[in-house]
Design a protein around this ligand. Sequence first.
Ligand code: ADP
Length: 441
Amino acid sequence: MAALLCLRLWRIQLTGGEPTGALLGAVAALAAASAGAGFLISYLVLNRWARYAEELRRVAEALPAAGAKPRLAPPPEMAELTDAILRTASQVKSTVERATLESSRRETILAGMAEGVLAVDSKLSVVFYNEAFARAFKARLPVAEGRPLYEAVREPALHNILEMVVRSGESAREQFQLPSAAGHWFEAHALPFLDARNRGAIVVLHDVSDIQRQEQARKDFVANVSHELRTPLAAIRGYAETLLDGALDDGANNRRFVEVILAHAIRLNNIASDLLVLSELDSNAPAIPPDRVNMLEVIDSATRTVESSAALRKVRLIQGRCEDCVVIGYRFRLEQALVNLMDNAVKFNRPDGEVCVECGFTGNGTVRLSVSDTGIGIPSEDLKRIFERFYRVDKARSRRVGGTGLGLSIVKQIIERMGGSISVESQLGRGTRFTIVLQSF
Ligand code: ADP
């Protein structure tokens, strides 16, 4: 139709004639109609694309929670784009899942660590710390990310090591005592790490207070042993030299000098055997299984051992109320502990004093063994230190009576090895009572 009208218009123009108004009108109407149809088609196509694009936007926004798919069929022109987006969506989904799993694993590990972990960014603002760190430094949880480190924890030593690592990019290791963590000692290992753009630092804090304490105790012990040995050795040497220098012929003194040498040799021997016992108790040699121990037998045997020294000091040994108890432990060690307690009760007693041993069931599956005396007593301020190695209330008196300062620490260690406990109560000038509690058989 359009072609026929155009042909007629062309012929009229060739012949020099004028087209009629009707012809022109028909041509214009036809042009308008075809433009309208084109517009309608374009409108429909664009509308479908727009709706589909909206659908794709919804799918993209649902990423990475995804699994989402377009609810509309894609226009053919968008089929490839749709496939590409869905492929990417599935990759993003698995990457996010992996990252989430990884991060939850890391958080579980960090939360379960005994060591405190702290991370800071390049400006030394807190990025993260774990629960152990928060516990040690009483820092707030959840972590206030972005808070300056010195506000979260005021510790110049910690600040310095992190600053040094951020600046140098090199790891560092240091040991320091941190007042805000109750004065504990920490071994700090700080490492650089890269966040999105800048270098931060992460520090792992290992509490070494126990190791420090043990190390200090070991040093003190060695110093104490040397000190304890020095006195008798010096005395033995001095008196031996005096004897050789002529005192051997000094009838009035030579015997006394030899007696002093003997007393100090005995003291050295006591120290050596107590140290041997302690080292045996300290060693982690596999323990022989504990056995049934009859308390009456132990009490009888220990009483016989201290009888002579009690008689020498005119101290009476009394067996108070003693029930027929059996405990779980080591017979030889228990006897040794009881001898130490009874020996002290005799040594630190007064003439005509008494030492009383009692034992009985407590009613809750344990047995109580007590040694009480009518002796000099222990000042209350010394009571808490009495079980320490080489601790003595009165050094001179302890030495005079042949003490080593190790007896009570041996007792405590023996009783604790057997799963029991020991306590002490004392009144100055009136007497002392040691009480041991052990598992009944
Ligand atoms: P020592 O070898 O000096 O007796 P111990 O470890 O047995 O060492 O005892 C430590 C200190 O505890 C003693 O030196 C003494 O001062 C005090 N002590 C122990 N038992 C008694 C007691 N029954 N009465 C008074 N003081 C005691």
